[in-house]
Design a protein around this ligand. Structure first.
Ligand code: PXG
Length: 464
């Protein structure tokens, strides 16, 4: 019998508080409160150590695309562990799961993205990308092309490289980030930053910041631009339709490599295999992780176009991870891709779940606290506001209201996250329309309770 079945919740929480350092957490405060301990899951539902069921509106951490409880993946892992639990791919060897997965990804990825460098996470893959694009330009005889342009409030991981590419101010404030030769432009966040502009004009203006930055730095010094097709961790920021075509025009004009960070948007999240297909962009490199294995195993990587791969192949690339292409993770990813394809899960997103969510979630826009309710595929967000007309922010620290809302959501057994004062969801792709109704009903109840709380506590105030 496992520990989770024999120990009372309070004992588990005490052990957790005493020894376990949680990521992105003020551990002192969490220790005093006690973590909610998840013991099992099935489909779109989690069960905690008190036996309470929650709807997982976040697919774990944006990763459990096929939902929980798929024993086929456990069987694939067990089979692979018995046959070949580990081998490396460094010193002129290969193994079947890694080579088959690379070939499968080359089939699925658009255009000439035909080559895969494996990692175990999105952060590691983005560290690979930094080194790979700089090495590419060095081999092309342009070693001065080193600078990578990224975006404020973008998220690309938490390693030194990934955190530097990301534009999260709170992360840059700790630990000596960013590393040199990474610069940031503004995000295409119309609701929060668009002022009086139309979304279309604002999207163009934000894209043109890339051109301005390339010209200011000198195009001969710019290696690449990296961005998420839709920002996830930044708050499900859906760019205006004008944004991506203009970005593509600019990277083409200056010969700057385009890295699409598809860690969240890949593997069906936006209703296509990749977010790049939803936005009709042609990246030279894609970052992947999360939905590649539906989170059942840690695996990520970079899918690289023919041109970049052929140049990199000219010399030894002094880079790699012990677990690059780990056979168990790769076998599980292959099984996950089989399920995504054979069960038509991406068509379910595109044809059924995403349009249904767009309507059901979009209806939350009538709530007095909601300034916008938007979605793309199965990622969606709400902007909370004290004044819908002016898109105003709340008085006080950003995120105070979002946190209150998140606490009610958790109490209503819905995992919905807050990013500042935006509420976000990204449920498993297999979610049914009945479960979308249930999710949205819980979200609405949460909003009602949050509004009552703000009124009671005098927090329904607009920032000066
Ligand atoms: N790129 C993107 C676009 C991501 O969303 C990473 C890279 C890094 O992947 P790894 O596997 O190294 O975590 C991510 C990860 C959140 C949250 O709070 C989001 C992520 C990770 C942790 C928290 O929304 N995304």
């Amino acid at each position: 019998m496992s520990l989770t079945n024999i120990a009372p919740t309070a004992d588990l929480q005490a052990l957790d508080a005493a020894h376990h350092m949680h990521p992105f957490t003020a551990n002192g405060a969490l220790g005093a409160k006690g973590a909610r301990i998840i013991v099992r899951a099935d489909g779109v539902r989690l069960t905690d150590s008190d036996g309470t069921e929650l709807i997982d509106g976040m697919s774990g951490l944006w990763c459990v695309n096929i939902g929980y409880g798929r024993h086929e993946l456990a069987d694939a892992a067990a089979r692979q562990m018995r046959e070949l639990p580990y081998y490396n791919t460094f010193f002129q060897t290969s193994h079947v799961p890694a080579l088959k997965l690379a070939a499968r990804l080359a089939e699925l990825a658009p255009g000439d993205l035909n080559h895969v460098f494996f990692a175990s996470s999105g952060s590691e893959a983005n560290d690979t990308n930094i080194r790979m694009v700089r090495q590419y330009w060095a081999l092309k005889g342009q070693p001065q092309r080193r600078t990578i342009i990224a975006r404020r409030n973008g998220y690309h991981g938490s390693t030194m490289g990934g955190g530097s590419l990301g534009g999260m101010a709170a992360m840059h404030a700790q630990g000596g980030l960013p590393i040199p030769d990474i610069v940031h432009i503004d995000q295409p966040y119309w609701y929060g930053e668009g002022g009086d502009m139309t979304p279309e004009a604002f999207g163009l203006a934000r894209a043109r910041q890339l051109e301005e930055q390339i010209c200011a730095l000198g195009p001969e010094t710019v290696a690449a631009f990296i961005a998420e097709p839709v920002q996830g961790a930044g708050g499900v920021i859906i760019p205006p339709e004008s944004y991506w075509p203009e970005i593509q025009r600019i990277v083409d004009k200056y010969g700057v490599l385009l890295i699409a960070d598809e860690v969240i948007t890949g593997f069906g999240r936006t209703g296509h295999w990749f977010g790049s297909q939803s936005y009709d962009i042609r990246p030279n490199i894609m970052t992947i992780a999360k939905g590649l294995s539906s989170g059942y195993q840690p695996i990520g990587g970079s899918i690289v176009c023919d041109e970049v791969a052929s140049v990199i192949a000219q010399d030894e690339f002094n880079h790699g991870y012990t677990y690059s292409g780990h056979p168990v993770a790769a076998a599980v990813a292959l099984e996950n891709l089989r399920i995504l394809e054979e069960e038509n899960i991406i068509a379910h997103v595109h044809q059924t779940a995403a349009p249904y969510l767009a309507t059901a979630w979009g209806a939350l826009a009538d709530h007095p606290l909601v300034g916008e309710a938007v979605s793309r595929g199965l990622m969606a967000s709400l902007a909370l506001t004290p004044d819908k007309e002016t898109r105003a922010r709340f008085a006080g620290e950003v995120g105070t209201v979002g946190y209150i809302c998140r606490e009610y959501s958790f109490a209503n057994n819905l995992v919905m996250r807050h990013v500042g004062d935006r509420m976000i969801i990204a449920p498993p792709l297999i979610i049914s329309t009945a479960d979308i109704d249930e999710l949205v009903a819980r979200a609405r109840r949460t909003l009602d309770q949050t509004l009552a709380h703000l009124q009671r506590e005098g927090l329904l105030k607009t920032a000066a």
